[in-house]
Ligand binder design. Structure first.
Ligand SMILES: C[S@@+](CC[C@H](N)C(=O)[O-])C[C@H]1O[C@@H](n2cnc3c(N)ncnc32)[C@H](O)[C@@H]1O
Length: 373
């Protein structure tokens, strides 16, 4: 079963040791988000220890968090035995300030406009070195080449034209192949389209310098040894957002496959005051009618990118213990990976199952189109 309805702590106890290949999850944030009871606290160490037990050594974990509480999330993950490897910033332009002024001082409020959320990247300790772990468990490291950022030279690259040639020194094909453009190295910053647009508006069009001989600039400066297949420049132009992955979201994706569910009012209804009372936020235009009424649905493209990064080459099974409306599991399916989601609220399980069934019902050609889109 792809979506299991239940408390993930109990469900995870039913899996054997070293079963899954990675975890990608968006757990509760611990801020009673939009007054939701499921968000009253962050998952304790018990949860992260159980995840650690059921993933293979060298597996990666990605867990989402909000600026207010992500420090606690990261410490809890680390204290549970995971090794913290990095922290992603997903920067977006669509946030709105959940600010109040019930204290009557003009021009003062209680909150900033949210413009980023974090993803903590952690790893289960390897069984020996990375190489020994790879040999024994078939996995180690993250998928750099699979997550490179597309550049103009890559878009215009034709392998036929760059096949290499025979000359006096012999066949040059392999050298040419080495120099084939690969795209930019993935960064720990990801944008959405609106944030990317705002950034490009600031930086305007910038042209990169001509590519230098791969690696030589760094090598000459003696800064540090560098793989000599990493080009210093990509000979392209555009705004500064082109250095980062940009996760495009379609407004309809959250509701696809949910046609026969009722429309439900969703949005920023209420939030907790500092004294714990629920308070109407008063931005009624933020309320929308939607079929997928989960309040924290992630963009599919973002999830696909993150999953690709941590899924090992021989695939395996991904786990999302806090699945919500099933976005992570749907993203994994669209990539052709096996995945299991756990969600404790029946209403969200139903939404998740319908989204996944809808994907399964598509013709193979349609599924392939989605995969390549
Ligand atoms: C932040 S939401 C995930 C939303 C998801 N990313 C999506 O796109 O729909 C976290 C989810 O974890 C669920 N949850 C909280 N505690 C849980 C537990 N102990 N076991 C399983 N699910 C839990 C909540 O019901 C909520 O749907």
């Amino acid at each position: 079963m792809t979506i299991i309805c239940g408390d993930c702590l109990e469900v995870m106890k039913t899996f054997p040791d070293n079963h899954f290949s990675c975890v990608c999850t968006d757990p509760p944030y611990g801020i009673s988000f939009m007054g939701k009871d499921w968000d009253h606290g962050l998952p304790s160490q018990e949860y992260w220890k159980e995840m650690l037990r059921i993933v293979k050594p060298g597996s990666h974990l990605l867990a989402a968090g909000l600026p207010r509480t992500i420090h606690r999330l990261i410490c809890t993950i680390e204290d549970s035995g995971w090794i913290i490897r990095d922290l992603f910033m997903h920067i977006f332009g669509s946030g709105f300030p959940k600010s109040h002024n019930y204290f009557g001082i003009n021009g003062y409020g209680t909150a900033l406009k949210p413009a980023w959320e974090g993803w903590s990247l952690a790893m289960k300790p390897c069984d020996g070195t990375f190489a020994q772990n790879a040999e024994k468990w078939g996995q180690a490291g993250i998928n750099i080449d699979g997550c490179r950022i597309l550049t103009d030279e890559l878009k215009n690259y034709s392998p036929g034209l760059h096949r290499g040639s025979l000359n006096d020194d012999g066949w040059k094909g392999r050298d040419q192949l080495k120099k084939a453009p690969k795209g930019r190295w993935p960064a720990n910053v990801i944008f959405d389209e609106e944030a990317a647009r705002m950034l490009d508006e600031q930086t305007k069009e910038m042209r990169a310098s001509k590519p230098s001989k791969t690696g030589t600039a760094y090598k000459a400066s003696g800064a540090f040894p560098i793989r000599n297949d990493i080009p210093i420049s990509h000979n392209d132009s555009g705004g500064a957002s082109r250095f980062f992955y940009c996760a495009k979201a379609s407004p309809s994706e959250r509701n696809e496959g949910l046609e026969d569910l009722p429309l439900i009012r969703s949005g920023c209804e209420r939030m907790n005051n500092s004294d714990g009372r629920k308070e109407e936020i008063g931005e009624s235009n933020r309320m929308t009618l939607t079929k997928n009424h989960h309040p924290t649905v992630k963009p599919l493209k973002l999830m696909e990118y993150l999953i690709k990064l941590i899924m090992p080459p021989q695939n395996g099974i991904l786990l999302d213990p806090f699945a919500g409306s099933g976005t992570t599991i749907l993203a994994a399916k669209r990539l052709g990976f096996e995945a299991i989601g756990i969600e404790k609220q029946e209403e969200y399980c139903e939404i998740a199952r319908k989204r996944l069934e809808h994907f399964d019902e598509q013709k193979p050609e349609e599924q392939l189109k989605l995969k390549l889109s």
